[in-house]
Design a protein around this ligand. Structure first.
Ligand code: PAF
Length: 303
């Protein structure tokens, strides 16, 4: 069934209050799926996860100008509202909030914004200055705009693919005491391994093939980690660099919660516990990011 689409904060509040009010369950729950549209199977996984865990599911579609440093990037971000609404309907979303820029930022860009702090300055933050401040500002606003008027519990869904974004949202929610639960949904990949992204549509056939080296290099490290071997990051970097169409920006192994680099320790001693490999690269004119949770499995076949 096609979900109802609302464009103002007042309509959103009235609609969620009505949907939650119609439930006779003891404690209702609302699941929020914030997106910028141009939806793919990765977003569908977020919507389905929210559908599975909540009584009412709201998805938002808003291309947030605050998180784009480059006006051309903002301009060329795909807008596919009709198809997006259809996909969200197929995933069981009840309500779509697709506000205009003026609805979200009445009176122009906000004077007061959130700051992502130190965690927002490294990795993506280094290549996209201000991106995370803009992202957190809109996520805070969307969480507020969709906040249930009843005492329903509140969950918001984000993809593991944008792992630094996820870590920052978790910190925002905990540091600023938002009473919402943040749920992470695993990365969805093409059958060949490419992490799904709205930007993949800009890759030509040759570039799509070349981009597979990112997930291949991540899998190499995941295998070493699970076998409790030292991580051979140099070989993984060399593998990426061997692909002439790919320009590596960063490739690092970090703590899976703080995103602090694990340094040489994990390269010189057998891998133990958990970690996270982060990678970003340009393929043609497209910037791609990916990551891979790393987990030692001492009971595995080699352990
Ligand atoms: O991941 C995204 O699509 C965006 O960064 C988000 C979380 C919807 C905020 O604009």
């Amino acid at each position: 069934m096609s979900p109802r689409v609302v464009t103002t904060a007042a309509e959103l509040r009235a609609a969620t209050t009505e949907l939650l009010g119609a439930l006779d369950s003891g404690r209702a729950s609302l699941g929020l799926v914030p997106t910028m549209g141009a939806l793919h199977e990765g977003h569908a996984a977020l919507a389905r996860a929210a559908r599975g865990e909540n009584d009412v599911v709201v998805a938002t579609i808003f291309v947030n100008p605050l998180q784009f440093g480059d006006p051309t990037d903002l301009e060329r971000y795909p807008r596919t509202l009709e198809a997006d609404v259809e996909m969200l309907g197929q995933c069981g979303v009840d309500l779509v909030f697709a506000p205009s820029r003026d609805e979200v930022y009445p009176g122009g860009e906000p004077l007061i914004r959130l700051s992502a702090g130190r965690l927002g300055e490294k990795f993506e933050g280094e290549f996209r200055p201000g991106h995370f401040d803009g992202m957190l500002t809109v996520v805070a606003k969307l969480l507020h705009l969709a906040w249930p008027a009843t005492d329903a519990s509140y969950r918001a869904y984000f993809g593991q693919k944008d792992v630094q974004q996820l870590a920052l949202i978790r910190r925002m929610v905990s540091d600023l005491s938002f009473a919402a639960e943040i749920r992470a949904v695993p990365t969805v990949r093409s059958p060949e391994g490419l992490a799904l992204s709205s930007r993949n549509r800009f890759l030509n056939e040759e570039e799509s093939e070349a981009a597979l080296v990112l997930s291949r290099a991540l899998r190499l490290l995941a295998g070493q980690a699970s076998r409790c071997e030292p991580l051979d990051l140099d070989s993984a970097v060399a593998l990426v660099k061997s692909q002439p169409l790919v320009e590596l920006e960063y490739f690092e192994v970090v703590d899976h919660e703080t995103l602090e680099p694990l340094g040489f320790n994990c390269r010189e001693t057998p891998f133990s516990g958990e970690g996270l490999a982060l990678i970003a690269a340009r393929v043609g004119s497209v910037r791609l990011i990916d990551n891979q949770p790393l987990k030692a499995d001492p009971a595995g076949p080699q352990g």
